[in-house]
Write a protein that binds this ligand. Structure first.
Ligand SMILES: NC(=O)c1ccc[n+]([C@@H]2O[C@H](COP(=O)([O-])OP(=O)(O)OC[C@H]3O[C@@H](n4cnc5c(N)ncnc54)[C@H](O)[C@@H]3O)[C@@H](O)[C@H]2O)c1
Length: 678
């Protein structure tokens, strides 16, 4: 999903300064928006503001924020009980009590005070968006935005159009979520939306297993942790988030979807007792498998039903679990892991017990014992522009074999589609693309299969060459992090338009390798060999503005103006290269005028220039062989591009065979690598 309306949000509103509203306002302000936060009276406003204060103070203690950032965030939140202050907001989210009449009344008041084109969103957990919009004057601007606790920290948000909601309102709301660092997934307007529809039965089924005397709490907890790979079992989670909330949610779902979803009696009894679940006890390992299978069966059934009913897609269902619940794998990935044939058996048991139909989504796969395939790239064609979005919003290293293959297929389709005049390459979630799949490299080095790494890289080269050779303009829309392979993908596009929030780097030499997807060739062609060496030898991270100053990207725009800038880039002829400011000119001279060995040995002249001294220091931490090869390849960038690219591929096995490559790749995220120059 993407936006067609020009989404320029400046000022936002939130109604209800409680658990959810306060956190939503905090997150919006953290991302730079002015927020008007409204509650019933000044006392409630003050209470909400003080909760925000303490959450932010805790953030300072944990070094997430600097004190001055917190001051800036707080200065952007304006708490008030005066609704008239919402007169100029662009979008408002209501997070008041879960009461239909209260919420309808809120919409009625919002229609009175807000501009006619303001979007009105509800954070309801259990009501239908369509129903809440009934009776309003402009139901086309009412949308569901379902956040998850804690809304300043949990990235997931479900975007729910009601029956009358306009595509523009949905697109613009979606774009705003990405701007505030959220990971949106789409949901139809159905009870429980996506995640709660399987998460609540997961909690409830655990209580049912207990009620039926199948196992005690400690055993069920551990069986769930093992089956789902999670850190907290259902009972502990209920203790943390509130047992009554689980009962309330199961009651609502039960009314809608029948007895499988209806609350276990013991859940109601527990709420009545006012007690938390007692997690103590010995675990009985012999019960783990049966319990795990039963719990998985329930989740698989619901997940497949969600897809059958077109409430969600397999991709979004899984993203919801990974991002919203922090499960390592989503339901469909878990089905693949188990084998879809065995997953189908587990679902059949659930369906037999509750007299339910087996959802087609799982029966078709399971009967053929074929795994689910995930659409990792989605194409959206609008006004002749095909946007190819890499949809792995929660994957740090999104570029893997499947993504390259799907991107290639969809690029070809767009390139040959007569209705398409231009192509945009984009990423979903926080990053544009934060690089290639590092675990893939480590796995294949472990297996001694360097050929597979070469094949993957060749497939990447073929894709990138097709992008750069495409007869239609191809623009990279870089809204967030672009690292390594992500940078290289962007560099193959005809134009790169970066957000002021984008940041980019070539981390390769710091993990024992060199940029192997054209980075050593296309970077010097854009910024010259000196600055290419600076970027590749140091791994220095730079922002969108700096990248535009040195010509690494063609244009830079604030997040809300990014789509307009992309359109301008599509229409523009050759863009001018900028002239370098002093600091970059000095970096260029340093890296152009010294061999990497001189830089490493500290023999290069840096005068008293701190930036140069820092850059030289950075080089010393990189893998020596990777640096030498990168230097050789960048120096070869004066050759025709094809020859330079071929040379880059030629050295691939050599670099992946080094001890330093293994050291660098296998320690990512764990510790600083120790390179030996071997
Ligand atoms: N708590 C969760 O985990 C969670 C998760 C997702 C969605 N939600 C939904 O978010 C909404 C809010 O939940 P919460 O947990 O933050 O509730 P809460 O009780 O903590 O906060 C609600 C706030 O709304 C204020 N309020 C009530 N009526 C109002 C009105 N007419 N005008 C202005 N302010 C008003 C209250 O004073 C209170 O401060 C509910 O719809 C809930 O279903 C909650």
């Amino acid at each position: 999903m993407s936006t067609s309306r020009e989404s320029s949000f400046r000022k936002l509103g939130v109604i209800g300064a409680g658990n959810m509203g306060g956190g939503i306002a905090q997150k919006m302000a953290t991302e730079g928006f002015e927020v008007v936060l409204v509650d019933l009276d000044d006392e409630k406003v003050a209470r909400g503001m003080s909760i925000i204060d303490s959450t932010l103070a805790a953030g300072v203690e944990r070094r997430i924020f600097k004190p001055e950032q917190v001051d800036a965030i707080k200065s952007r939140i304006h708490g008030t009980s005066d609704w008239n202050e919402l007169a100029d907001v662009d979008l408002v989210v209501e997070a008041v009590f879960e009461d239909r009449d209260v919420k309808r009344d809120v919409f009625r008041r919002l229609e009175e005070v807000c501009r006619e084109d303001a979007i009105l969103a509800t954070n309801t957990s259990s009501f239908s968006v369509t129903e809440l919009a009934e009776g309003s004057e402009h139901p086309q601007r009412i949308v569901g935005l379902h956040y998850f606790y804690h809304p300043a920290k949990n990235r997931l948000v479900e975007v729910i159009p009601g029956r009358e909601t306009s595509a523009d309102a949905v697109g613009a709301s979606w774009a705003l979520q990405e701007q505030i660092g959220k990971t949106p997934i789409a949901s139809a307007d159905a009870s429980g939306f996506v995640v709660n529809r399987y998460f609540v039965p997961w909690l409830n089924e655990a209580v049912r297993i207990l009620e039926e005397g199948e196992a005690d709490i400690a055993t069920i907890e551990q069986a769930c942790k093992t089956a789902f790979g999670v850190g907290m079992g259902p009972f502990e989670l209920m203790n943390v988030t509130g047992v009554p909330i689980a009962l309330h949610a199961a009651t609502t779902l039960g009314q809608e979807f029948g007895p499988l979803y209806a609350p276990a009696k013991k859940l109601a009894q527990q709420v009545e007792s006012g007690e938390m679940w007692n997690l103590d006890g010995e675990t009985d390992e012999s019960r783990f498998e049966a319990i795990g299978r039963r719990m998985l069966g329930v989740v698989f059934h619901v997940a497949a039903a969600l897809v059958d009913e077109q409430v969600s897609t397999i991709e979004d269902t899984d993203i919801g679990a990974r991002v919203g619940l922090r499960w390592p794998k989503g339901p469909f990935e878990l089905m693949n892991r188990m084998g879809t044939d065995r997953a189908l058996e587990a679902v059949r048991e659930v369906c037999a017990r509750w007299e339910l139909d087996v959802p087609k989504t799982i029966s078709e796969r399971g009967e053929a014992a074929r795994p689910f395939h995930f659409r990792l790239v989605k194409t959206d064609v609008r006004d002749g522009v095909a946007t190819l979005t890499i949809n792995r919003p929660d994957a740090m290293n999104a570029l893997n074999e499947s993504v390259v293959e799907q991107l290639h297929q969809q690029l070809r389709a767009a390139a040959t589609d007569p209705a398409v005049t231009a192509i945009v390459v984009a990423g979903a979630g926080k990053a544009f693309i934060a690089g290639a799949d590092i675990r893939f490299f480590v796995r294949n080095i472990d297996a001694g299969d360097l050929d597979r790494i070469v094949e993957f890289t060749k497939a990447g080269h073929a894709l990138l060459e097709e992008i750069s050779g495409c007869a239609k303009p191809v623009v990279a829309r870089m809204h967030g992090l672009a690292l390594g392979g992500g940078m290289e993908l962007a560099l193959a596009c005809h134009r790169i338009v970066a957000s002021t929030k984008a940041s980019m780097a070539f981390p390769e030499t710091g993990i024992g390798i060199y940029p192997g997807l054209g980075g050593t060739q296309r970077t010097p062609r854009r910024v010259g060999p000196g600055l290419a060496k600076w970027l590749i030898f140091t791994g220095q991270m730079i922002g969108g503005r700096e990248a535009a100053r040195i010509g690494l990207v063609d244009a830079v725009a604030t997040p809300d103006a990014l789509d307009a800038a992309v359109r301008t880039a599509i229409e523009s002829a050759a863009l001018e290269r900028p002239s370098l400011a002093d600091d970059h000119a000095a970096l260029e001279t340093l890296f152009d005028g010294n061999e990497v060995e001189e830089l490493r040995a500290g023999r290069a002249e840096v005068d008293d220039n701190e930036r140069l001294a820092k850059a030289v220091k950075q080089v010393r931490f990189k893998a020596p062989i990777a640096l030498q090869l990168a230097e050789k390849l960048i120096d070869a960038s004066t050759q025709p591009l094809e020859e330079g690219l071929a040379l880059e591929l030629d050295h691939l096995t050599e670099i992946f065979r080094t001890e330093d490559a293994y050291e660098g790749l296998s320690t990512v995220g764990r510790r600083r690598p120790e390179f030996k120059g071997r």
